[in-house]
Design a protein around this ligand. Structure first.
Ligand code: SF4
Length: 257
């Protein structure tokens, strides 16, 4: 594969995403291929424009300005799947959910659940380590208005499908928000799971059991950790903690001390 100036393999089309994702055998290679992806022209232009113009408060930082790969170990039993990176969050720091208020919420909750070694996530190199959980997004590039198109979602799906297939111990997927819930069904089918018909509707706390590639898999729905939900109280810390507590229980982890 051709590589870009930073050494990341470049993928330029939806068909290229399908081929490139299908041939990956480990997460490190997958992360590199995602980081070099340029298959969605609108999102490539937006992420790079945001990285060039910057927010005034981050003007001295070098933005990542690329797709944002997942975070967490290959033996993760839980995956947490969000929507897409924020323009000045993951698109700035290069780490999923890192550097914005949504990330403050999810990583603090993962820490309370015993799945992270610290409650904060500010930048790569801040010491954060996840245990037993992999965090990823349905769409890897920051979209304008936090709204990827269905076509962009479909184009990006093979990356997530491959990521889930590369987690042999996966038992639980926590899906943040209705967009991710809808986006996940074709991803799960592509990753070797058998989604039910009709598809269960999204709701906070909903639980769906699936037969899967490496054994049973449970989907858990949670309202997204967006500011729109957390500022208004639609999603509270106890609500998020309850979902993650159920996830750790299903994954066979002991409750945090
Ligand atoms: S959204 Fe996904 S498929 Fe589209 S350019 Fe970004 S990484 Fe590639």
């Amino acid at each position: 594969m051709p590589v870009d100036a930073d050494g990341f393999p470049v993928t330029r089309s939806p068909a290229g995403v399908v081929r490139s994702a299908a041939s990956v055998r480990d997460l490190a290679v997958l992360d590199a291929r995602i980081s070099g992806c340029r298959a969605c022209p609108r999102l490539v232009a937006w992420r790079e424009e945001v990285a060039r113009v910057k927010r005034a408060s981050f003007r001295d930082e070098e933005y990542w300005g690329r797709p944002v790969p997942g975070l967490g170990p290959a033996d993760a039993r839980i995956a947490v799947v969000g929507l897409a990176p924020a323009a000045h969050g993951g698109n700035r720091t290069g780490r999923v959910f890192t550097g914005d208020r949504s990330g403050d919420w999810i990583f603090a909750a993962l820490w309370r659940a015993g799945l992270a070694n610290q409650p904060t996530s500010t930048h790569i190199g801040d010491g954060l380590e996840l245990t037993g959980v992999r965090v990823a997004a349905s769409v890897r590039c920051a979209p304008p208005d936090n709204a990827p198109t269905p076509q962009e979602r479909n184009t990006c799906n093979p990356w997530l499908a491959r990521e889930l297939a590369l987690l042999p111990d996966l038992r639980v997927v926590v899906v943040l928000g209705g967009f991710g819930w809808t986006a996940l069904w074709p991803v799960l089918a592509a990753a070797g799971y058998r989604p039910p018909r009709p598809r269960p509707k999204f709701g906070h706390g909903i639980e769906v059991a699936l037969a899967g590639l490496h054994g049973p898999l449970t989907l858990l729905g949670s309202y997204h950790v967006s500011q729109q939900n957390t500022f208004t109280g639609r999603l509270t810390e106890p609500m998020l903690d309850a979902v993650l507590s159920r996830a750790t229980e299903l994954a066979g982890f002991p409750p945090p001390p």
